[in-house]
Design a protein around this ligand. Structure first.
Ligand code: HEC
Ligand code: HEC
Length: 448
């Protein structure tokens, strides 16, 4: 998650709380005026103080990012609780009986608000006000910080949507995590990867497995460990000696050149990671380099001494389409797309091989042959979901991947649970979901 983001919902709630404290103040003053015996000054000060406290908290709320807002909102709830309590004491203590007890009316008010809020939360897709991390002009000079920021946008996207992982053009967060201790299973956490990049290239495993330095990797056509033989349009200038940066570039362009222990297939000789410079992700040199810049800089915020990627020259960038569109829409399929477009938009091909979808040769999840697979899954003794038909099974798999975890027959173990994103429900309209389910339900091995 990009740290600088705020949440529309919490910002809205915080304003609501302040409005509420003002309403209570007005109510109290009215009641004081209507009754001569009541000490209006005392109560005015008490409830006026609540307004000030609410204003203070609202102001705090505006200075926090989304994560912190979530923690801080508890303080405000506490304040509202005390306002309610004091309000109740005011009514009881001053023996104002003419009105229904305010607590009851307030409870009613709050449940109405809660229902509205719940409705709002489910309203799709929810857009956060999110300043794109500096949409940088692509012509002319670029600073190292801006270059790393571009990489970050390619990884996480410029926009965030509530309840969704933020995922940019590079699609990395579909599989990877970036913070210490945050692991989702079958893909390495990329925290500390800059440091690792220097040691990896000295490992015996790097020198010999699954191919030796100087050998050519089949799927990518890359010669391992030879930075000066990388395809010209992606090559770095400078010495042909292998450095950390080359390991990172190779990780992206030739994932199977080196496979992190226990994260590969076929005895850790094949990487399930897609080639980042080929479809469907297809990063350009400029984009790829900005991602490497970010990878090298991200573990030392504000410090760029580890970065070895040279800044792009204006010539490099002039020829390129702007890589990052600041106004990039959040990922959402409305249902007007073709099934293939939906599949590509959601990134299913990065993990699944899907017959009928060009370039869908992902290897992290099962091959989608659901016409035959789905009925077998439902019959499996391990199956505890609620689907009775192929369509229901596919729908369940998309909305709740953990309902049943598929067995990987080739590897003789379960596919990792928790790798397939669980938030597709919030990225698909009902129509789009129906279309997708229909399409995936009819996938079968070609030629059979
Ligand atoms: C479909 C899932 C998937 C996607 C998408 C993906 N990766 Fe990976 N990545 C993996 C897996 C699995 C490995 C471990 C196997 C290997 O070494 O190739 C890996 C390994 C790596 C490594 C080597 C890590 C190490 O500890 O040496 C780097 C660096 C990396 N990925 C960066 C990226 C970046 C940057 C992106 C986005 C541009 C990305 N990956 C997108 C699955 C993915
Ligand atoms: C980041 C990787 C990843 C992405 C992206 C992904 N999946 Fe999955 N998917 C998996 C893994 C891993 C499994 C197996 C584990 C499990 O059953 O939960 C799986 C299981 C499934 C299954 C059950 C397959 C069977 O044969 O029983 C279906 C159906 C499915 N995915 C559909 C989709 C669709 C449709 C999309 C895109 C909207 C998608 N997946 C995106 C990783 C992914």
């Amino acid at each position: 998650m990009l740290p600088e983001q705020q949440d529309i919902l919490w910002t809205f709630v915080t304003l609501l709380f302040t409005v509420f404290s003002i309403l209570v103040f007005i109510n109290v003053i009215k009641n004081c005026r209507a009754r001569p015996g009541v000490n209006a000054q005392k109560w005015g000060i008490v409830f006026g103080a609540f307004i000030l406290l609410s204003l203070y908290q609202t102001n705090e709320m505006f200075s926090l990012n989304q994560q912190e807002q979530l923690g801080y909102v508890g303080n405000q709830v506490l304040t509202v609780f005390f306002i309610l309590l004091t309000w109740g004491i005011f009514f009881k203590g001053e023996n104002i009986e003419s009105q229904s007890p305010p607590l009851i009316r307030v409870a009613f008010f709050y449940s109405t608000i809660s229902i509205l809020l719940a409705g709002y939360t489910n309203w799709l897709p929810q857009q956060r006000s999110d300043p794109p991390p500096k949409a940088v002009a692509f012509t002319g000079e670029v600073t190292m910080e801006e270059y790393a920021d571009m990489g970050k946008v390619i990884v996480f996207g410029a926009k965030q949507v509530a309840g969704q992982k933020s995922i940019g053009k590079g699609q990395c967060p579909l599989c990877h995590t970036f913070d210490p201790g945050d692991n989702i299973g079958r893909c390495p956490n990329l925290f500390g990867v800059e440091e690792r990049s220097h040691t990896r290239i000295k490992e015996d495993r790097y020198l010999n497995s699954p191919i030796a330095i100087g050998e050519k990797d089949g799927p990518s056509g890359i010669i391992k460990g030879k930075p000066d033989e990388i395809p010209e349009e992606y090559r770095r200038d400078g010495s042909p000696d292998l450095i950390g940066e080359d390991y990172l570039r190779e990780s992206l362009m030739c994932p199977s050149c080196y496979v992190v222990v226990s994260y590969g297939k076929a005895g850790d000789t094949v990487s399930p990671m897609p080639l980042i410079h080929k479809p469907p992700i297809s990063l350009s040199k400029f984009e790829l380099n900005s991602v490497i810049t970010w990878l090298q800089a991200k573990d030392t915020p504000g410090e760029f001494s580890k970065v070895t990627v040279p800044l792009p020259s204006p010539d490099d960038t002039a020829s390129e389409e702007p890589a990052v569109d600041g106004g990039e829409a959040p990922i959402f399929a409305t249902g007007t797309e073709t099934p293939e477009e939906i599949v590509n938009l959601m990134g299913c091909p990065l993990c699944h091989t899907i017959p009928g979808v060009e370039g869908a040769v992902g290897e992290l999840g099962p091959k989608l042959h659901e016409k035959i697979n789905a009925p077998n899954r439902i019959k499996d003794a391990r199956y505890e979901g609620s689907a009775k038909t192929t369509q229901e099974y596919v729908r369940e798999s998309i909305l709740n991947p953990s309902a049943y975890v598929v067995m990987n027959e080739e590897e003789g173990e379960l596919f990792p649970d928790g790798v397939m994103p669980a938030d597709f429900g919030s990225k698909l309209s009902i129509n789009a979901l129906n279309k997708l389910v229909e399409f995936i339900s009819n996938t079968e091995e070609s030629g059979s």
